[in-house]
Design a binder for this molecule. Structure first.
Ligand code: ZN
Ligand code: ZN
Length: 205
């Protein structure tokens, strides 16, 4: 199963609403979002996820735990209205160097991890949540070889440089836990919420 864009938007809103019921956040995917061009008042967040690709020339498929994802995020505090614009970076078949960049596909579980990390980052950036630890990437199949930077759209746009620069100012994991009741992973989502979302996904809404 692969979730379509509309489902990504719905899950994101659902997750956001559980944490901030009064705020209204939307998510849009944009293939042209530029990592080097951030509008004023917006914040940038880069993460990686596990995704799958298929070559449209030779039909070969491959998986990657380094699918680059870029988010631009903005909150209009007076209106309690937030926006996320997200770009999922493509990869190209290494056997067919002439072929085009293919868009990634994500399992429901991988989608959920990515969107939860986006929500966690929003809570930290815009609502001063101190407790913060990103969910790790789960490799759904064993992967061999390192990241194929030559055939990665994100890397060809200088994503690696960007990541290096951001990491110096923005540690992704904070050990500080104000409540003391946190799980070791620092996940802000309660068990019941996770079950809720899992059911919601199963029903195929
Ligand atoms: Zn191919
Ligand atoms: Zn890359």
């Amino acid at each position: 199963t692969v979730l379509d864009v509309g489902t990504w938007e719905q899950i994101f809103q659902e997750l956001m609403q559980q944490e901030k019921p009064r705020a209204r956040w939307t998510l849009k995917l944009d293939k042209n979002l530029d990592p080097n061009c951030l509008a004023e008042g917006w914040k940038q967040y880069e993460l990686k996820g596990f995704g799958r690709f298929q070559c449209s020339s030779c039909q070969r498929s491959w998986a990657s735990a380094q699918v680059h994802i870029l988010c631009h995020m903005h909150l209009e505090s007076h209106k309690s209205q937030g926006q996320v614009i997200m770009r999922l970076f493509a990869q190209r078949c290494k056997k067919c160097s002439w072929s085009r960049f293919e868009n990634p596909e994500f399992s429901p579980e991988s989608t959920m991890r990515i969107l939860k990390n986006v929500v966690l980052r929003i809570l930290k950036k815009f609502y001063d949540f101190k407790k913060f630890a990103e969910l790790p990437i789960i490799r759904e199949v064993p992967l061999d070889g390192s990241h194929d930077t030559n055939n990665c759209e994100g890397c060809s746009l200088g994503f690696c440089l960007l990541r290096l620069r951001n990491n110096t100012t923005e540690p992704s994991v904070s050990p500080f836990s104000p409540t003391g009741s946190s799980s070791p992973t620092g996940d802000v989502f309660s068990q019941s919420q996770v079950i809720f979302i899992a059911k919601w996904l199963e029903e195929g809404r």
